[in-house]
Design a protein around this ligand. Sequence first.
Ligand code: GLN
Length: 490
Amino acid sequence: MSSAELDASAMRGAHARGERSVRLTIEDTLARIARIEPTLGALSAVLADSARTRADELDAARANGFEPGALFGVPVVLKANLCQTGVETNCGSRVLAGWRPPYTATVVERLLAAGAVPVAVAHMDEFAMGSSGENSAFGRARNPWDLARTPGGSSSGPAAAVAAGLVPLALGSDTGGSVRQPAALCGIAGFKPSYGRLSRHGLVAFGSSLDQVGPLARSVRDVELALEVLSGFDERDSTSLRAAPVARSARTSLAGLRVGVPQEYFGAGLDARVRATIETALGELEALGARRVPVSLPSTALAIPCYYVLATAEAASNLARFDGVRYGPRVDGDGSLEGMQAATRGAGFGAEVKRRILLGTFVLSHGYAEAWYGKALAVRARLRAEFEAAFAAVELIVSPTAPTLAFRLGEKSADPLSMYLSDALTVPASLAGLPALSVPAGFARDGASELAVGLQLVGPFGADAEVLAAGRLFEGATRHHQRRPALAAS
Ligand code: GLN
């Protein structure tokens, strides 16, 4: 059986029992990459040599009686903002071209400790700013369901790689939706944990109060497996939750579960086909025994402006470190220190990153900070309070993940505002720090294309296992996640 048909746990099982060598799986994966990647364009680097070496080491360790870990021999793809010692981690930016970090992100260390094999680094929007993958300085991935369309962003490459069957598991990052939205548009599962659940050590910072690493996989079961491996306190991240790793919930039924449907998420900007697919999914949840409860989150419309003030303010501060002195290539400019920094940043950052640095600097500037940054903080507190009030009456809140179907590459890249609106349904959970999952809800037709629609499940802070269990039970009953794009079969 080809590795493309196996999920991570089945693959791990075959390796652990010795039915299949890790080396065979890795060769199979590299061959698939060679076949599909030229069409897909998801990867910025294939780590063929290190993956083969590691596969042989794992096979040898098993032969010597070493106890196989939870992801033993599972090939994984990593977004280009997760540090790996000695591996180019360019964040999709020319300012970090060729930068090889001297350390490895905690989440990657944990993957390695569980026996996973990193096989490639994947494209992303520059510094994770974007919703289509088109802001990368190095290459833009295509949607495996329709190659003329975006896979979503900013974790465009990781999502496309999983959906096209290159690997069963990838890690992305989600600041305002960058794991959930591409998961939705690619027809796979993607999870943003509660803030602090996964270590940010070694994740290049964008908006530090929002950033979370998130797993992408073809099934929620594999997301649960990944979360179990990746979670748990990390002393190298001051915002890491002091909590044990998240164990899979034992829930086996959705009977009696109160599911809140916020009216504000079904407003004018929602595509009619997305709405219809989500309505069907809500009916499926009810058929599984869940109770549908209307809820209201009145400040939802303020989430986008609030997010684009706070995220840009934090990004402007975080990106100040890329000054031509400490990281990446340098442009000398007029030879003065300031001139060198201006020339390096001018040449190194793309248009969207510059726009955000300017916006973020403005909202923090003397005389304006209270009016903009301070107000946004107040809105964030209000959004959080509204979620808390809603969770007094329901266990979960469900909605579409993205307001539209996958759009065409180039369709929104000249219009930042319409691009920002693709995040309207994902940023609220980010601002509130809540666990949020996108799971395949079904498919809708646009012209000749069948395009994926994602259902978003949001839970109270810390209820990561419950959100995933509900998603797993939904997927087990609906099986939308078993559909594969034609490209994956090639
Ligand atoms: N699309 C959003 C943005 O551009 C979210 C990005 C993200 O989650 N990294 O900021």
